[in-house]
Design a protein around this ligand. Structure first.
Ligand code: FES
Ligand code: FES
Length: 159
C-alpha cells in the first residue's frame, strides 16, 4: 500500500513525512521523526502520556492518525523549551520534584501549558480537573498540582 505524504507545522517548523494510513500521530512522532518525548502509556486515550497540542487543542496523539496532521499546527514537548531555556513549568517541575519516573511528565507539561494559555489564574480544582486525563503512577499528584499553581502565580507576577 502506498504511503501518505503529510505536510504539517511541527513546533513552528514546516515538516513533512510519509506515513501508513493506520499510523497514529504518536507512531509518526516517535518512530519516524525521532521525537520520543511523547510517551505511549496505554495507546487507548486513557493515560495522557502522549499529549500534544493540535491547532491549540489538547489531543492524545495515540488517538489521532498521522495522516490527520495535514495542514495542522502540532506542538509537542520538544517545542516547549526555548533553546537551552526551559519553560517556567519545566523549571518548576524540577524545583518542586514534581516527577519521579518521568513517563507521565511530558504529557502533563504539555497539558498544563495549554491550561495556562487559556486560564492564567486557575483554581486548584480547575488544575486538577484539567489534568484528570493525565495519569501518574508515581507522584500522588500533589507536587504536580502545586508546581502548576506556583508557575501560574509566577507568570502572573511577571506579567
Ligand atoms: S498513550 Fe495516549 S492516552 Fe495513553
Ligand atoms: S512520574 Fe512516574 S508516572 Fe508520573
Amino acid at each position: 500500500m502506498s504511503r501518505i505524504h503529510v505536510t504539517t507545522t511541527l513546533n513552528g517548523e514546516e515538516t513533512d513525512y510519509l506515513c501508513n494510513a493506520e499510523d497514529t500521530l504518536l507512531d509518526v512522532l516517535r518512530d519516524d521523526l525521532e521525537l520520543t518525548g511523547s510517551k505511549e502509556g496505554c495507546a487507548s486515550g486513557d493515560c495522557g502520556a502522549c499529549s500534544v497540542v493540535v491547532d491549540g487543542r489538547l489531543v492524545c496523539s495515540c488517538l489521532m492518525l498521522g495522516a490527520e496532521a495535514e495542514d495542522r499546527k502540532i506542538e509537542t514537548i520538544e517545542g516547549m523549551a526555548d533553546g537551552e531555556t526551559l519553560h517556567p513549568l519545566q523549571q518548576k517541575f524540577i524545583e518542586k520534584a514534581a516527577l519521579q519516573c518521568g513517563i507521565c511528565t511530558p504529557g502533563i507539561l504539555v497539558a498544563a501549558k495549554n491550561l495556562l494559555e487559556r486560564n492564567d489564574n486557575p483554581t486548584e480544582e480547575e488544575v486538577r480537573y484539567w489534568l484528570a486525563g493525565n495519569l501518574c503512577r508515581c507522584t500522588g499528584y500533589d507536587k504536580i498540582i502545586r508546581a502548576v499553581m506556583e508557575t501560574a502565580a509566577d507568570l502572573r507576577g511577571a506579567a
